[in-house]
Design a protein around this ligand. Sequence first.
Ligand code: BDR
Ligand code: CA
Length: 309
Amino acid sequence: MLIDCDPGLDDAIALLAAAHLTDLVGITTVNGNVGIEHTTHNALAVAQVSGRDIPVHRGAERPLIAPTIDAAYVHGATGLGSVEIPNLERDIDSDDAVGFILDMARSVDDLQLVAVGPLTNIALALRRDPSLPSRLGGFTIMGGGAHVGNVTAVAEFNVWADPEAAAIVFREFPMTTMVGLDVTHRVLMGATDRDRMRAAGGPAATLAADLLDFAVVRADEIAGRDGAPIHDATAVMSVVAPELFTGIERPVEVELSGTITRGMTVVDDRPGGRAGEGPAPANACVLLDADEQAVIDGIVDAIIALDAS
Ligand code: BDR
Ligand code: CA
């Protein structure tokens, strides 16, 4: 697996889970929840805490066209809540995330590319090498939603932060697994999960517990949720345990010019498609439901096991 991300509380938890559950060949970073300096620094710090030797490559510092926005109001000014970020023992492997993604797609059999931040790096990779989709074992994003938004009533953060990039991605990939808010808002982690990880006590579990503490408070303050959606780790779980999820294959397009709908992922659910033409070919598997408890336990178990291995 290769994870393109913008850590980010839930990105960090996703990286820790993936470090145990997958052969994680690398991490690429993108501007998103916070600026690229922070997301890259955080990716290096999380890789270090994981105890694994995971290459980190820095990517895009701004969206393709849209003005830069962030989600520091959710993730804190550094992106990792109130966690004290450890001093780094090593630097990035390169500042060419796009080149690294393309190299890995060519050299790793059946690579699973999982993008859990704005899709800027992925769109740039498609522009540099349009054959990217055919070289992958699978492509999964955390982003969008069939019936729901978070930044706006209909737009989810990762798509809204760089809608032009997301539009390119949905257009160019023949099949994207879309782990959107429909499913990630069901996978809420809370005090029980935090306590399990804190009791386990290793460095990865302690970091995840600290991140979760911050995320739970913000989820309550922002949305009145009893538990924090761990969007990005849910996307990782959809790749390693697809049997825990259900979804539908549909045509999906990104709205770019609506005054109140920009950044919306428009899922075409019409059985007959456009009148007289039949349904358009599906380009996405839109996940809608999950065995929430099994997904949460999978994440927590993986992070605890990471410390033990
Ligand atoms: C997505 O936006 C970010 O804030 C999270 O890290 C996640 O990838 C959820 O909308
Ligand atoms: Ca993210």
